[in-house]
Design a protein around this ligand. Sequence first.
Ligand code: ADP
Ligand code: MG
Length: 211
Amino acid sequence: MTESFKTLPLPPSMIETLDNLGYHSMTEIQSKSLPFVLQGRDVVAKAKTGSGKTAAFALGMLERIQASSFAVQGLVLCPTRELCTQVATEIRKLARYKGNIKVLLLCGGQSIGPQIGSLEHGAHIVVGTPGRIQDHLRKQTLTLSKVATVVLDEADRMLDMGFSDAVQQIVNQTPSTRQTLLFSATYPSGIEKLTKSIMKDPEVISVEAVH
Ligand code: ADP
Ligand code: MG
């Protein structure tokens, strides 16, 4: 039995949005990580696929977004376009309580021109693959200087795919005052090196699968 989202310091409109989505109680990874995420702490969280990790980082990221500013304030890196799409869909649902939050997908395998056009109109949150985010940084069509929250989602798969250096370079272009959140289903050996170089005193949380 897990707790209600009402135990968290979230605005009533957010609780209502969660209720409307059928999210009446927190999953285990959510109840263990959200208190730290909402405090602004860096968090490394490990839990199996399907355990609700997206909301665990998205609720914290959304709380730090200022809707009135059209700068990119949240950055989520995911290994594949399919995962980026799933994450963006979930964030858009959760963002309803905040009004007009623009979530932009920047993935490879799609033409870059329309992405540049969308960036010119502004976005609060960017969800993308490391390669394509680097392309935009090189072209200077994306600026990360106002990012308050960086999320590495499915970090184990990003490392498997050889994105470690790319992730590091991208994160280095965000303010040092950012909050950094890392979510993963497993902890491969390279993760520790990455967390040491980009995170500050992270709270490490692990939910073990029950068989
Ligand atoms: P993960 O990233 O750990 O694989 P997801 O964030 O994709 O998991 O969530 C898996 C599914 O569970 C999604 O369909 C999501 O909408 C749903 N979900 C997440 N949190 C809750 C909750 N607290 N109550 C009910 N459903 C939830
Ligand atoms: Mg996930």
